[in-house]
Design a protein around this ligand. Sequence first.
Ligand code: ATR
Length: 280
Amino acid sequence: MVDFPKAFVCGHPIKHSRSPIIHTHWLAKYGLEGSYEKIDVEPGQLAGLFDQVRQGIYSGGNITLPHKEAALSLVDHTDDAAVKIGAVNTLYQDGKYLVGNNTDSFGFAANLDNQIPSWRDGQQALILGAGGASRAVLFALISAGYKKIYLANRTLSRAENLASIFGPKIHPIALDQSQMHVSSSDLIINTTSLGMNDNSPMPISLGAAKSDCLAADIVYIPIKTAFLTDAENHGLMTSDGLGMLLHQATPGFEKWFGQAPIVDDTLRQIVLDDINKEDA
Ligand code: ATR
């Protein structure tokens, strides 16, 4: 056993993870004894690290690429979100059991609850992209009661696969069919890497969107994606991807260090400064 709680984020590579900035900020803010470190773990070493949580050497940790899917089969219990999303990002020991949850969906919803609470009043949504992040957004939208969700993807079969997992509210469509669903959507979310680091055009323009439509991006580098710029130009309410990153971290911190942390503007600015430093 350790005399103070130790947590980690593990991945491969792990150099660029911003999780240590978030958790060490909260440890200092709340005056808690504890540590949070980056651990570069090759796929074959993951089970060994998890055993260290079982033994109490670590209180738990975050799991990131490429281990989120493999983690699912290495834990004793998972929450519904982890099962549906098919990935674990938060690990802790609960009595005899190693628990692996997925907090990405919680993070997406908690951020919108904070910024634009009216998002829960929506009925219809359009999601661009059908990768890992899209699964977390789908789980959040279904939990929030959305009735009809168009899921647009370049590779249609990936959207169809998610529809088979998430049920009949999901309508898979090809990415080039997404524009026709803009005007009837209450919430439009970009989960693709489009507008991130290349100049590929977005498949939709938001000019036809309802004036109270919300636009959210899960990408946070750059903080203002091409999608969010288009939304702002058309006067829509927007939410960027950094809020989801900050909010997904709160359940793990509470489990490991015993304090429910608050996401505030100071933390947001600290992470933004780090992103900008890297870009400079
Ligand atoms: P993540 O975990 O961030 O969701 P991912 O699983 O690699 O990452 O998914 C990336 C998403 O961006 C996918 O929906 C992908 O579409 P495909 O399933 O067709 O690959 C989408 N995407 C990436 N580059 C794209 C591009 N140039 N045009 C259209 N969609 C793109």
